[in-house]
Write a protein that binds this ligand. Structure first.
Ligand code: ADP
Ligand code: MG
Length: 232
């Protein structure tokens, strides 16, 4: 589906947040690589999806009423095999029903488990004066505690995005230090540039948050995508 249509469909249903699979489809429509994922609505289908994707996998609740999934027990990571998945599926459902009893549950997302590496964040927001603006920073405590982030007005070319990446204090974590291998900042620069283009081309998107993105020596994996729409 066309990126714009994904957004318009959600708006026509009165939603101002894209479901995680919708957000992944939006990114895919822009040729952005996303993790393997499948939405299911039964344990049997979850088992099938996990075997197709390949263990280890992650289970995530899909609900228009839950924005911070892990706060309600809606994310189970590092599921290793069928019996572990059966157990995790049940715990996930029980936790979510207990912690968010009124949330509408549309299904469960089975996702490939991303190996550990450095986490970064890419975001888009609309500045009242400057319009669509992109954000880049290191993930986890770096963004929340150290505020080690840079902003730039969209559109941003890949070269400008590379400059943004080089500006953060934590840059050595990405470029390699003390024997650690340099990570794929080129593909992240391309991602930042594409996100800036989404901000310019789809004004209905108010805010986008790809957090975290795990960066490897080659490529990256986006493991959470939040897209907030404008309601007029
Ligand atoms: P929330 O809605 O709470 O932000 P996330 O989807 O970001 O939920 O999941 C919470 C955390 O679980 C992530 O920050 C990440 O550390 C981990 N996680 C989620 N999905 C994956 C995945 N596919 N691979 C590895 N870790 C993951
Ligand atoms: Mg998240």
């Amino acid at each position: 589906m066309l990126a714009k249509n994904i957004v318009l469909k959600a708006l026509s249903e009165g939603r101002n947040v894209l479901l995680e699979p919708e957000a992944y489809n939006l990114l895919s429509a822009y040729n952005i690589h996303v993790c393997k994922h499948k939405m299911v609505s039964s344990l049997e289908d979850a088992l099938k999806a996990a075997r197709e994707i390949g263990y280890p996998v992650v289970l995530k609740i899909v609900s228009p009423d839950i924005v911070h999934k892990s706060d309600v027990g809606g994310v189970k990571i590092n599921i290793l095999n069928d019996s572990h998945l059966r157990e995790s599926y049940e715990t996930l459902m029980n936790d979510v029903k207990r912690n968010a009893p009124n949330a509408r549950i549309l299904g469960v997302l089975v996702v490939e488990m991303a190996p550990k590496s450095v986490e970064v964040v890419v975001g888009m927001l609309r500045d009242p004066t400057f319009g669509p603006t992109v954000m880049f920073g290191l993930g986890g405590i770096f963004v929340e505690l150290m505020k080690d982030v840079v902003f730039r007005i969209a559109p941003v070319t890949k070269e400008e995005a590379l400059e943004m990446i080089k500006k953060i204090k934590g840059y050595p974590l990405l470029s390699g230090f003390r024997g650690s291998k340099p990570l794929d900042i080129n593909s992240i620069a391309e991602l930042i540039s594409t996100v800036s283009r989404i901000g310019v081309e789809i004004p209905e998107i108010d805010q986008m948050d790809l957090n975290p993105i795990i960066v490897y020596e080659t490529g990256f994996l986006i493991v959470d995508a939040r897209v907030i729409l404008k309601v007029h």
